[in-house]
Design a protein. Structure first.
Ligand code: DC
Length: 236
């Protein structure tokens, strides 16, 4: 069967990654979470003190990128059946999902030199096709020629609830659970929507030829079945 590129874009916390991973597994494709790449750059910036008083030390971040000091890769984890994100050889899958990173990632993702670097890496990953890539600009900027494009969305409240549940499940102590605040998460979801869709370079928008999936009232199984059906229609 011919191999294609599947681009899955949409708002934050709408379950794109879960759907994309599941589809990749079912059809034997490579899965790439591009949000994890922007998160890894953000983690690098946090660890290196590049966020002074609400700003970003852009020149220093740019210099680090140019000097090849930020190397992001994915390695398949046979225990979870999913790829883990590595930053300079260190597994950072958990660190990049923390609120500290979530709160800072949108301004990092708006920097043109960060987007250029990551877009080039993503295009290289898709050269052989047979890939499911999720993000914000995959169908519009990274692979405008992708054979299958899906734009996923759900209401901000539904998405904030999903993120809250996910963080609650991951929290290891009662103190971590107590620190979770639904309103704060909802605010973060809305802020990210705004920044992601209003930035100058590759803003989040629906590609004209994308299939739209509003999953506010769908179960995971329904979404997976929907995606698989569309894929089969496209590859024939
Ligand atoms: O999907 P996510 O929440 O892990 O994405 C993290 C951030 O990265 C989000 O604020 C948008 C940004 N992003 C982007 O600008 N372009 C992509 N292709 C993927 C993510």
């Amino acid at each position: 069967m011919k191999k294609i590129i599947i681009a899955i874009d949409g708002h934050s916390s709408c379950g794109k990654s879960t759907m994309a991973k599941q589809l990749a597994k079912e059809i034997g494709y490579v899965y790439v979470d591009t949000g994890a790449m922007y998160r890894a750059v953000t983690l690098f910036a946090l660890r290196n003190g590049l966020f002074p008083d609400d700003g970003i030390k852009e020149e220093e971040l740019k210099a680090a990128i140019e000097a090849g000091k930020i190397e992001i890769s994915f390695r398949f984890n046979s225990e979870t059946g999913r790829p883990d994100t590595y930053l300079n050889g260190e597994k950072v899958e958990d660190e990049i999902r923390q609120m500290e990173v979530s709160n800072r990632v949108s301004p990092i993702a708006a920097l043109p030199f960060v987007r250029t670097l990551l877009t080039e890496q993503q295009q290289a990953m898709g050269r052989e096709k047979g890939i499911v890539m999720d993000g914000r600009d995959i169908g519009t900027a990274v692979f405008p020629q992708a054979e299958m494009k899906v734009f996923v969305t759900a209401t901000a409240r539904v998405r904030a609830q999903r993120r809250y549940d996910e963080l609650m499940k991951k929290a290891k102590t009662q103190a971590e659970r107590n620190a979770l605040n639904f309103e704060e998460i909802l605010k973060n979801v809305k802020e990210r929507d705004y920044i992601d869709s209003h930035r100058e370079v590759a803003p989040l928008r629906q590609a004209e030829d994308a299939l739209v999936l509003d999953n506010s009232n769908m179960t995971r199984e329904e979404q997976s079945a929907w995606l698989l059906k569309r894929y089969k229609e496209i590859v024939g």
